[in-house]
Design a protein. Structure first.
Lengths: 297, 406
């Protein structure tokens, strides 16, 4: 288990992290979300001992040291590899630095390249690959030594939908193998699809932490999706409705200030008749993100 | 240690497998081969055109002169004046000598240019000897009279050859050594600084530092570069030794070694001793400095500028030795021979001139080694900070930030 306790970090006048505490269990995926400068990368750099920090970070009860490094797979935010190396040399070099032997890794390279659909040969120089394929090779470098703690900094940025699916599958496979996974993302769709838990950060502070479902629930079911022939003006005059958004023809989203008002709104809209759609839901993660992590629209 | 070794080996193999390294190492040998080749070709092509022919009425006289002149200088196939004349016209020979014997010996040289002074001396000497023998026989002198007439004045030169040789050897050794130190330092400072600077601020370094400590990575990198330098020196030592042996066997180089053989031996002796250790340690300390300055550039694109501090310092030390090449006892030389970064130039200068005691050499070596250890330890400890920061602030700001990176 990755245990982060009272993690704080200050860069000059900037409080980059302030008393952050949470755990990531084995076989669990935790999403770390927040705006730029919220402290996500600083958290990762602290876990990897790139910087000195206040507080404590342990993996399976052990402070992070070189032995623990062997169990970590880390994908940095921006992509870069050693351009003059071949794909095979690059993968072997980083895997050997993770304590694996060439004998262990060599036979697996082809298989991983196939799995990530890398266009190119393992004898190709890194610089000859397209950006997307270099990104895939870097992912292979992160995962090929089968780490038990995986740290991915914005892993989905720059990937097309097909490659997002491939990466999602790789993350889920690692989870199945029992790895503890922590990744940052701006895309709430990925977070919602993959994560068991999330940590939302704002200016170094942890503003939300928990299971995604319970976080959404704790905001209450204050969104109502309806399909009706009522106009926007008529809908905005309903009790407790604070905002009406037209989603498509005759389909609206109503935001209410009290979830209990849903029953009365249903009765007024249906008037005892059949309604094509009436669904009361908690806010989406995207909305929660806007509300808590950034400036609400 | 294993991870450090992986970094070392990767750095080493990447360098030695590159074409630039192969060319760098082989270029002196290629130049040597080319110059030998050119010398050989010109010597061979010059042979025919520079020959002379010898024509004489008496075959015995002709053979006697050919024996004196040397068969390699004479075209022995030409025996008649007509043939020699024809060969001269066709530029196959440089000239021909006609010899005749009577009461007086006669020699006539026919050529497009005057006979060389040495050949002339040789020919007149040969004929004088024969003429004297003939005169003595004609005069019917007694043995005693003959002996008295043969008396010649004597002249002897006594030259302090050893002292002169040592001085020349020192000068030659000094220039070879300082140029060798300077060239190797400059080359490897640039290679190291660029290698490190190209990694500066790249995210792959975050992947590396999530696998091993920055100290191990730095030491591995330096060790890798040192192995490359060691390989180059080893190739130079073995190649130089083989070239020397081969050159000594070659007829073409024989006159050179006859004249300068002991000078060459003296120079080799001056170079292949503790000076090599100073050279090697000097390269290490400059490599570490180059790595440090490489880590201080603002971004990977500035890699080409990274070597400047190390190269400039090396250049200052290099030029600073010039005024003292014949004054190794000067106080400045003595002081500089203990100052790391300068001692690799100044102590060998003193060693070549035999102005440093074993104790002084040991102290200088000790200081150099201690500085290398201290510098490696210090840079290792701040290396992660220097490499991972990627801002474009002022040099001193970057240095301050890097040093304080926590």
């Amino acid at each position: 288990m990755l245990k982060i306790e009272h993690l704080s970090k200050r860069f000059g006048d900037l409080q980059a992290l302030n008393d952050v505490t949470y755990n990531v269990e084995k076989g669990e995926i935790l999403g770390l979300i927040g705006q730029n400068g919220a402290g996500k990368s600083t958290t990762f750099h602290s876990i990897l001992s790139f910087i000195h920090y206040d507080g404590q970070i342990t993996w399976n009860g052990q402070l992070i040291n070189e032995q623990v490094f062997n169990q970590i797979g880390y994908l940095p935010e921006e992509r870069s590899l050693m351009p003059k190396m071949t794909v095979e040399q690059q993968i072997l070099y980083l895997a050997r630095l993770k304590g694996k032997s060439a004998k262990q890794i060599k036979p697996a390279i082809d298989q991983w390249m196939q799995r990530f659909e890398v266009k190119g040969k393992k004898t190709d120089k890194i610089k000859s690959l397209s950006k997307g394929n270099q990104q895939k090779v870097q992912l292979i470098c992160t995962l090929i030594h089968r780490p038990s703690l995986i740290i991915l900094d914005e892993p989905f940025s720059g990937l097309d939908p097909v490659n997002v699916d491939i990466l999602e599958q790789a993350i889920l496979n690692a989870k199945k193998d029992g790895a503890a996974i922590i990744f940052s993302s701006h895309d709430m769709g990925n977070v919602e699809a993959l994560c068991d838990e999330l940590v939302m950060m704002r200016k170094g502070e942890m503003v939300l932490h928990g299971e995604i479902r319970s976080i959404r629930e704790q905001f209450g079911k204050n969104e109502i999706f309806v399909t009706t022939d009522w106009s926007t003006v008529q809908l905005s005059q309903l009790p407790h409705v604070v905002e009406v958004t037209a989603l498509s023809h005759q389909r609206y989203r109503l935001r209410v200030d009290d979830p209990v008002a849903g029953r009365e709104i249903f009765q007024r809209l249906s008037n005892g008749e059949y309604m094509e759609e009436f669904s009361q839901q908690p806010p989406t993660l995207d909305e929660i993100f806007r509300l808590k992590a950034g400036d609400p629209r | 240690m294993k991870k450090m070794w992986i970094v070392t080996l990767t750095t080493y193999l990447r360098q030695v497998k590159s074409w630039s390294f192969v060319i760098l190492v082989l270029s002196p040998f290629i130049m040597l081969l080319v110059s030998f080749g050119v010398g050989f070709i010109s010597a061979n092509s010059a042979t025919d055109g520079n020959d002379i022919a010898v024509v004489a009425d008496q075959p015995a006289l002709r053979q006697a002169y050919i024996k004196v002149a040397g068969k390699d200088k004479v075209d022995t196939k030409l025996t008649t004046e007509a043939a020699a004349k024809h060969a001269l016209k066709a530029n196959d020979i440089s000239g021909y000598v006609t010899l005749s014997q009577g009461i007086q010996y006669r020699a006539v040289y026919h050529g497009k240019e005057a006979m060389s002074a040495s050949d002339k001396t040789q020919l007149t000497g040969f004929l004088s000897k024969l003429q004297t023998q003939n005169n003595v026989a004609q005069a019917k002198l007694t043995h005693r009279q003959l002996q008295q007439l043969s008396l010649q004045p004597t002249f002897k030169q006594v030259i302090q050859k050893r002292d002169g040789l040592v001085k020349t050897a020192r000068t030659v050794s000094f220039w070879i050594l300082v140029f060798m130190v300077y060239m190797i330092l400059t080359t490897y400072s640039s290679i190291t600084a660029q290698e490190i600077a190209s990694e500066k601020g790249t995210k792959v370094m975050e992947m590396v530092f999530s696998s091993t400590t920055a100290a191990k990575y730095f030491c591995g990198k330096i060790l890798g570069v040192l192995m490359v330098i060691g390989t180059q020196l080893l190739v130079y030592l073995i190649g130089g030794w083989i070239s020397l042996i081969a050159a000594k066997q070659m007829n073409m180089a024989k006159p050179f070694f006859d004249q300068y053989g002991s000078l060459v031996d003296q120079v080799v002796h001056n170079l292949v001793n503790v000076n090599l250790l100073f050279l090697f340690l000097g390269v290490i300390i400059y490599t570490i400095l180059a790595a440090f300055s490489g880590a201080l550039v603002s971004k990977a694109e500035d890699a080409s500028k990274a070597a400047y501090p190390a190269v400039y310092l090396s250049m200052i030390a290099f030029f600073a030795t010039f005024p003292f090449q014949n004054n190794a006892d000067a106080l400045v030389v003595k002081i500089m021979s203990y100052v790391p970064f300068f001692s690799s130039y100044f102590m060998p200068l003193r060693i070549i001139n035999q102005s440093a005691s074993l104790m002084e050499i040991s102290i200088s070596l000790g200081l150099l080694i201690l500085t290398i250890i201290g510098l490696t330890w210090y840079i290792s400890s701040i290396y992660k900070g220097l490499i991972l920061q990627a801002d474009e602030s002022h040099f001193w700001q970057r240095l301050r930030k890097g040093v304080a990176y926590k």
